[in-house]
Design a protein around this ligand. Structure first.
Ligand SMILES: [Zn+2]
Length: 254
């Protein structure tokens, strides 16, 4: 099922209710207005509507400094609406702190300027087996609730003649994690970027993560974790895939 069809199906499963805006006036799924029911469903079921992070074309017309200033203002309003006393010493600096954290840290992966540059090296020793980098820890945020998703990424590739610096694998995972995300999209973005960077289809990515929107609210389930996978090229073959998955079972004690 294509992502946009998922969105439409979600709407039809709503409760059969469609108001006038939903019928006949739009030019495609991107223009459909969502009812409150649909918005709740997308959030609770963590449906992603596209593979690319939905960014506007003018996303980076505004400088980081301006974004921080604007977010600070808006976050202050949110706190004030909730009735918090911002003259309190402990709360005073929070709007600015949150704004800086959003732009410079936890959502810094939205800006392509922050994408790690990848240098490839000649595979001189002709290593032509699978390389697995496992237990890469990452922190992200659910785009439906803006609360943390955190977990481990396991990535693998088979060299097509060039190799990548190991730390770049971690950095690419972290770059895509630092966006408002859904886990499925994060998995695919990492996989596709590795294929591009490494010049090979033979890439695998497995993510195992905890969602705070599932653990700390909603169903309040603290024990479940979510696993998603991306398999390209040779990793679609059973033999290669199971070799990769066996490596993930190895217990490494350091
Ligand atoms: Zn969520």
């Amino acid at each position: 099922m294509k992502p946009k069809e998922t969105l439409l199906n979600t709407q039809h499963n709503g409760n059969g209710h469609h108001n006038g805006h939903h019928n006949g006036h739009h030019h495609g799924p991107a223009y459909v207005e969502l009812s409150d029911v649909t918005i709740d469903e997308i959030g609770e079921n963590h449906v992603s509507t596209s593979y690319d992070t939905p960014l506007r074309a003018d996303a980076f017309d505004v400088s980081d400094a301006d974004k921080i200033a604007q977010i600070e203002q808006h976050f202050r309003s949110i706190m004030e609406i909730m009735g918090l006393d911002l003259t309190d010493d402990s709360l005073k600096g929070t709007p600015k702190r949150v704004a800086k954290m959003y732009v410079q840290e936890i959502f810094s992966g939205l800006n392509p300027a922050n994408k790690p540059s990848v240098t490839l090296f000649e595979n001189k020793y002709k290593y032509n087996q699978m390389l697995v980098e496992k237990d890469i820890s990452f922190h992200s945020n659910c785009e439906h609730h803006f609360v943390p998703i955190f977990g481990k990424a396991h990535v693998a590739y088979i060299s097509s003649g060039q190799v990548i610096g190991l730390s770049k694998l971690n950095r690419l995972v972290q770059y895509f994690a630092k966006r408002p995300q859904v886990q499925e999209r994060l998995t695919m973005q990492i996989g596709k970027e590795l294929q591009k960077a490494l010049n090979t289809e033979d890439v695998a990515v497995v993510l195992d993560a905890k969602h705070m929107c599932v653990a700390s609210r909603g169903v309040n389930d603290v024990t479940s974790s979510t696993i998603t996978a991306f398999y390209g090229g040779k990793f679609k073959e059973e033999k290669t895939k199971s070799e990769f998955l066996k490596y993930l079972e190895l217990k490494t004690e350091f």
